[in-house]
Design a binder for this molecule. Sequence first.
Ligand SMILES: [Fe+2]
Length: 507
Amino acid sequence: MGTVTRRALITGVVALTALGAGSARVVDPFTLGVASGDPTPDGVVLWTRLAPYPLAENGLGGMPSRVVEVSWELARDERFRHVVRRGRQWARPESGFSVHVEVGGLEPGREYFYRFATGGHLSRTGRTRTTPAPGTMTTPLTMAFASCAQYEHGYFTAYRRLAEDEPDLVLHLGDYQYEYRKGVHVAPNGNVREVDGPETVTLADYRHRYAQYKSDADLQAAHAAAPWAVVWDDHDVADNWAGSHYSKPEIPQPDFPARRAAAAQAYYENMPIRSKPRGFDLRLYRRVGWGGLTTFHMLDTRQYRDDQPCGDGIKPCPERLEPTRTMLGAEQERWLLDGFRTSSARWDVLGQQVFFSQYDHTPGPVQETNLDAWDGYAADRDRVVAGFSSVRNAVVLTGDVHAAWGAEVKERWDDPASRTAGTEIAGTSITSGGDGSEVYPETPEWFAENPHIKYFNNRRGYVRTRFSPDEVRVDFRGLDHVSRPGAPVSTKASFVIEDRVPGLNPV
Ligand SMILES: [Fe+2]
């Protein structure tokens, strides 16, 4: 396709507008930015959502209740001189005026740029890329992962710093947003900004909350920098939900299935994903392949799990060991283990939510573990670890815990001499928990009680990884504060995982 100028894209829309699709609006509808996601060797999903007034309480961003046509284009260069695909799509009220374009027919392993236009307005430009051709391993992969961005707990500077690292791919492991109404979920050093609206329960509430989050310029920069592969965790719906279970004595849940369906619909509308919800269900477990180098198995550890044992919490609980308990659900577990068996990737990576390694919170023989994490579903974890034996290298990536951790995944947790089967890297939070600290006074005791845990840091940030055939380099990136904007980022620690040698080697 030949050269297409910025004016041509806008002119096309204006011409269309004149034909009756609606009158040009004065207010910019692209206040929520752009995003791309779920890349394949020949395609990617492009996303935007129209919202001239993002904080409109009905969640519809100030849009009129009719369909609006949006045009898009994707080019090989940032100046859109070499446009390779373009098209038009309807933004519909029933989809919250979101637009998901599934572009195909692209070249593998290539960078592209994209943008949208409607009503005489042009969106910002996003950068994305396709994955390398299946089997190829020639180019290293820079992947950054993040989780847990409580809007009130801090500024999203870590998203800005992540964008500045120019990763090829971003994984988001959940708690992209939090459900609380303003002021009830307070960081240790206090909240620094406020969310709008009530605790999110209805579709309008969730849309409204996403719109506020997505108005954040740092978050928009991170989306515009690279394609994302996202999975949700608890707060994207409600604190520590488990399958169809949710109980909070202080907040009655007369109809949790309806709430979960509303959250699923809003999640779809606000994320660059292919999967659409069917009522209550949103299939998020899927694979993202990166040539022959890396296969990301993106997991959903919320939707199919059994309820937390012993009423949840951190406490001794023999019930957590029951062999029938499931975190993944039978179908997802089978899908994962089949994926391990058929994988020929150099690195098989789990993109998942909750802490994977055993973590005993108290010294001595009694085990107090977090029953919301894999410790509450120990038999299912054993089945996953057994599955690691059919892949060359297993790496587990984790969100949820609001601190950076590195751990060796042991075949038998209580025997430090047992074989290391894989490596876990838990990213810290973007903001959740506020400014934080480097470590806690009691951190040395945790290491002593859990010798397979090798690293801990309690600053906010993200993790930058570099995958190559011989090793994965892991940089724990941290900010000294999030209570004020603009913090610089530094690498708090670096480790290398060597091919065929699970575990963390300090750099
Ligand atoms: Fe979180």
